[in-house]
Design a protein around this ligand. Structure first.
Ligand SMILES: [Zn+2]
Length: 243
């Protein structure tokens, strides 16, 4: 497919508009012509004849009364065209860039202004991130080294294991109203979520570093009780493992 051309007219005169429109009109109708070298509907000679202008006059008028651009070349952020075409040669030299499939080139098209702004923002972010790393403030996502060991064990046995999943992940509008007394759980996490080979949740696991259930505090017991209740209602297996 030829990338579409859009035109901003810089004149109110209908004849001048028509000249610009014809100059930039692509030939998309016939396959033979589509494969041919000439991609435009009218040759310069035809335009010259129809509008009674010399080729140089055509180029001057088109440049003066229109700004053409490849439709796909609009900036993804501000929607302004990233490049304007002055002559047909610009189209030929630019169209390869826009004849891409999104999966071939996931990079966004940005105008110079937005590109600059984005780069500055990313540089700032990278700097903030680095300073955090170098300050030694980053800590492990695992509460204890036993959690890490247990994670490694699970990873050997299961398809997918995700550590530290927020309880709110399991709540949505549909089940939120049915579930009673979950207020205390909204900010809670579960230590591990085990999924099957297709990524469907199979089992939620909390890992407790203590020998026995009777060593838990009352508030811990209450939370676990509520979690058991919640997962029972959601229909997902929930287990508490002790170290
Ligand atoms: Zn932009």
């Amino acid at each position: 497919m030829l990338p579409e051309i859009e035109i901003d007219y810089l004149t109110e005169d209908e004849d001048e508009k028509e000249l610009c429109r014809c100059y930039w009109l692509l030939n998309t109708e016939e396959q033979e012509l589509f494969d041919a070298k000439e991609k435009f509907r009218y040759t310069l000679a035809e335009l010259s004849l129809n509008f009674r202008l010399k080729p140089r006059q055509i180029h001057n008028k088109v440049a003066k009364y229109s700004r053409a651009y490849i439709k796909k070349s609009k900036c993804d952020l501000c929607a302004l065209p990233t490049h304007f075409l002055n002559r047909r040669n610009d189209f030929y030299s630019n169209r390869k860039v826009y004849e891409y499939q999104p999966w071939e080139n996931p990079m966004p098209y940005l105008c110079e202004t937005c590109k600059d702004a984005l780069e500055k923002r990313q540089a700032k972010k990278a700097k903030a991130k680095n300073s955090l790393e170098f300050s030694g403030k980053v800590k492990s996502i695992f509460p204890t080294s036993q959690h890490l060991q247990f994670f490694k064990q699970l990873r050997r046995e299961e398809h997918f294991v995700y550590p530290q999943i927020a309880i709110s992940t399991f709540l949505d509008k549909n089940n939120l109203e049915e579930l009673n007394e979950i207020e205390n759980l909204e900010n809670e996490i579960i230590n591990f979520l085990v999924c099957d080979g297709r990524g469907n949740p199979k089992k939620a696991i909390d890992f407790v570093v203590t020998r026995q259930k009777n060593e838990l505090t009352d508030s811990q017991k209450e939370i676990f009780y509520q979690k058991e209740n919640l997962f029972e209602q959601i229909g997902l297996e929930y287990k508490i493992e002790f170290s």
